[in-house]
Design a protein around this ligand. Structure first.
Ligand code: C2E
Ligand code: MG
Ligand code: MG
Ligand code: MG
Length: 284
């Protein structure tokens, strides 16, 4: 029976693995030409100040439309870009495009750009940011860079130096996806973050637990004590909004407000925006 199982598994998985690696090759090949063929774009997801219920920021999220594969998710192509070194060009493009947009059509909105660990490790990165600011004319205070905790683990001193150099340019730095991964509270004190983004997986998980509010509250209070703003990612319901608002989080970003949108759609969304928060009467 064991032998049969083994054969069955073999027969079942081989074609699937073949398909998987063909896809991987297609993504990698496609990604090499994506920039040149103008298949990349940025979508924008608004961030809303909970107290004033105004749009205070927008996160730039990369989108790739491949002529055959169709829309490929960043969760699939960003890791491939990192493994192949293509992230240098892709990341630099995203930074430049985001700064141009923020200096032009999105003037007045703080923008956030995601960084890969490889970008932060690159000694030239601070110069790339300085160049993008100079070329676009963007006020550095309007740019925030989002990094994840994994960056901090690898080379603590190198990461610290880079973050201080970036802040020296006048840009802000956010810790993305807090609450998943390593989530050491020690990082919060050690690294100069302006903003703490509580991960959407964490928001969902803690809401299902009895002690959920206490945990979110603790994080929000700690961040406030350390002088950081908190953004809750992935807020999809008014009930979740109520919980994170009561916990003292400053901003929300999630489908409750809006999914990421192409620039033109975000502009329409801003024009139609009414500064009235949804009812939070689930709060008791
Ligand atoms: P992230 O930086 O944590 O971005 C937030 C992700 O959560 C986005 O996924 C967004 O669409 C999604 N999201 C926002 N609100 C909700 C919600 O209410 N519910 C749910 N279910 N999802 C929500 P997206 O755009 O697919 O991006 C995934 C990840 O890919 C990003 O996570 C980021 O790590 C990476 N990424 C995207 N663009 C770039 C980029 O330009 N450079 C780098 N290095 N990474 C990027
Ligand atoms: Mg992000
Ligand atoms: Mg995030
Ligand atoms: Mg995330």
């Amino acid at each position: 029976a064991a032998k049969e199982d083994g054969r069955g598994r073999h027969a079942f998985y081989t074609p699937a693995m073949g398909e998987h690696s063909r896809r991987r090759v297609a993504v990698e090949e496609g990604l090499r030409h994506a920039l040149l063929h103008e298949q990349l774009s940025l979508h924008w997801q608004p961030k809303v100040d909970i107290q004033r219920w105004t749009i205070v920021g927008a996160e730039a999220l990369m989108r790739w439309d491949h002529p055959v594969l169709g829309r490929v998710n960043p969760a699939e192509f960003i890791p491939v870009a990192e493994q192949t070194g293509l992230i240098d060009d892709l990341g630099r493009w995203a930074l430049q495009e985001a700064c141009r947009t923020a200096a032009g059509p999105l003037a007045g909105v703080c923008i956030s750009v995601n960084l890969s660990p490889a970008q932060l490790r690159d000694a030239r990165f601070v110069n790339h940011v300085r160049d993008a600011l100079r070329e676009s004319g963007l006020n550095p205070a309007m740019l925030e860079l989002e990094i994840t905790e994994s960056v901090l683990m690898e080379d603590v001193q190198g990461a610290l130096d880079q973050l201080h150099a970036l802040r020296g340019l006048g840009v802000r730095v956010a810790l993305d996806d807090f609450g998943v991964g390593y989530s050491s509270l020690a990082y919060l004190r050690r690294f100069p973050f302006d903003t703490l983004k509580i991960d959407r997986a964490f928001v969902h998980e803690v809401l299902a637990r009895k002690d959920a509010r206490a945990i979110v509250q603790m994080i929000a209070q700690l961040a406030a004590t350390l002088g950081m703003r908190t953004v809750c990612e992935g807020v999809e319901t008014a009930q979740q909004l109520a919980v994170v608002a009561k916990a003292g989080c400053h901003e929300v970003q999630g489908y409750l407000v809006s999914p990421p949108k192409p620039l033109i759609e975000l502009q329409k969304f801003r024009a139609a925006w009414q500064p009235h928060a949804p009812e939070m009467n689930t709060l008791h």
